[in-house]
Design a binder for this molecule. Structure first.
Ligand code: 7TS
Length: 404
């Protein structure tokens, strides 16, 4: 893969006197110069509200906003850009479905299937929605290798299941979930599938049509784009029947003192002034990713996963969770040591300029189920190197010397 590090100015900084080694990409990725420059250019040259003015700036701004929608639509293989809704991120995207689609399509006694590896954002919205309508939630279990098998999904399916909402990739185990097979199974039984793609869209080549899902949610900031913007993709047929999430300016066709009629999709789902610079920045991010090539990114990450798995296995007392095979993971590995808190290890690593995450990673039910106190998570991306992983491995050994 071509040298991408020069595109990320932040990678030149030092932390606590050492060169920064950024291994917290599952929380948020760094941003290449192209993305930051595009946002600056937007504000310096084009800033204006969208979909409302007829002056030049407003037209240009609208063109950039809608242009970004098209770039993102192509990036995930949507049928057309009308299926792309801009949101604040994965969390909002999932809440929108739970708040609006669930009450219109599920009834008392119906079942929503989740899995045990979900992030809180793909648990709580469904819990609240289910509570309101009297639906139930059941969980598909991961196996001993941290995988979701199709046999386990089959076991959990019944006539009552109306929706499966599941991560495409786990933010703790790294597991890649067989979404395509799950969708096939679900659709044969008339079950809808919502995919939390927060940890997959940055790493895997996504094609929502070949996956066959009904909803796909992801965040810009984990895939080189700015914070505060994300996407909810849904099939056009579903969106046409869906109630808007918020009401206000920009999303209407006609309003009287008594009532209102909605504009076409996707505009009816974007009430108020949208995050135009965010969308434009995400457009630049997916262009950057496409130019590098998602297959190249994937191969690079598999290489790093193999290397790190080997290196970690040598460390005495380590417990690595998630699939043993590098190609069954995205770019992350979590581990723990009995009797040493993950925060202590992360603190020592920080003194060496190494950024990792420690704790529950917003997946407390999974940690509790595995009976693990908390984990250290190392998550890498296209700009990380084997040399950095060597420094990390030495850092972990140093932390153990200090802490044990
Ligand atoms: N779903 C998964 C699988 C995630 O990993 C995250 C964020 C979200 C949903 C929520 O995304 P947001 O952009 O709306 O916040 N995960 C993490 C993480 O693992 N560390 O920090 C944020």
């Amino acid at each position: 893969m071509k040298d991408v590090r020069k595109d990320f100015p932040i990678l030149n900084r030092t932390v606590n006197g050492s060169p920064l080694i950024y291994l917290d990409n599952a929380a948020t990725s760094q941003k290449p110069k192209e993305v930051v420059d595009k946002i600056v250019e937007y504000y310096y040259k084009y800033n204006s509200n969208v979909h409302r003015g007829i002056h030049t700036l407003s037209e240009e701004s609208t063109e950039m906003y809608e242009g970004a929608r098209k770039l993102i639509s192509d990036f995930i293989g949507a049928d057309n850009p009308r299926e792309i809704l801009f949101t604040k991120g994965t969390t909002e995207s999932l809440n929108r479905i739970a708040e609006r689609w669930v009450p219109a399509n599920l009834k008392r006694g119906d079942v929503i299937l989740l899995s045990d590896l979900e992030h809180h954002s793909n648990i709580i919205p469904w819990q609240k929605a289910a509570e309101r309508i009297g639906a139930e939630i059941n969980y598909i279990n991961t196996d001993d290798n941290g995988e979701i098998t199709i046999e386990e999904v089959k076991k959990m399916i019944s006539d009552k299941v109306k929706l499966i909402s599941i991560s495409h990739a786990s933010n703790v185990l790294g597991t890649i979930v067989p979404i395509k097979e799950i969708c096939k199974l679900a659709h044969d039984k008339g079950i809808y599938v919502c995919v939390d793609g927060a940890q997959a869209a940055p790493h895997l080549k996504i094609n929502v049509q070949s996956l066959g899902c009904d909803f796909y949610a992801f965040s810009s900031h984990k895939m080189l784009g700015p914070m505060g913007v994300g996407v909810l993709w849904a099939k056009e047929k579903i969106l046409k029947e869906l109630e808007p999430y918020e009401y206000g300016g920009g999303m209407i066709d006609e309003v009287s003192f008594k009532n209102a009629a909605w504009a076409e999709i996707p505009i009816r789902f974007e009430a108020g002034t949208p995050n135009v610079s965010g969308a434009v920045g995400l457009g630049a991010a997916v262009t950057y990713l496409s130019n590098i090539g998602m297959d190249n990114i994937r191969n690079h990450e598999i290489e790093l996963s193999k290397y790190l798995l080997e290196g970690l296995k040598e460390i005495k007392g380590i417990n690595i969770i998630g699939p043993r095979e590098a190609d069954k993971r995205t770019g992350l590995i979590s581990f723990y040591f009995l009797n040493i808190h993950s925060h202590d290890i992360a603190s020592v690593l920080n003194t060496l300029g190494i950024a990792v995450r420690s704790g529950y990673h917003c997946a407390m039910p999974l940690h509790n189920k595995l009976n693990i106190p908390s984990t250290v998570r190392v998550s890498y991306y296209l700009y990380n190197t084997k040399e950095e992983l060597n420094t990390l491995l030495n850092g972990i050994k140093k932390a153990l010397d200090i802490l044990s």
